[in-house]
Ligand binder design. Sequence first.
Ligand SMILES: [Cu+2]
Length: 127
Amino acid sequence: MGSTKYSPSRIVRQVAVLLSIGILSVVAGQRVEAHGVAAHHGTKAVMISSYAFHSPVVTVKQGTTVVWTNKDDAVHTVSFTAGHGAPHDSRDLQHGSTFRHRFTTPGVFHYHCAYHPFMRGTVKVIH
Ligand SMILES: [Cu+2]
């Protein structure tokens, strides 16, 4: 019993093997996930800069996640006109913050910034 003690170097080796298996499985998992996202869902980026949404109108397939990123120093929001399938309000987006919503309902969704009503955008979700 006492003779089967692990030497420190053996433990280090075994930990290293376990870690590399864990890292490999994480990498493999991300690859599968990335492939699935690309094939079925996808993301669409909308930048908020210079007090405007870029692009102001995006057309995406049902199931797409739209990600807004505030590049301005000013606080903005992504506030949708209420309706079936419309996302909830982003609330305040500080510089560098993102808001994401996966659109699962086809339709035309209008939004604006609560602080700057001239900032307007539209997400068209097609089947
Ligand atoms: Cu704004």
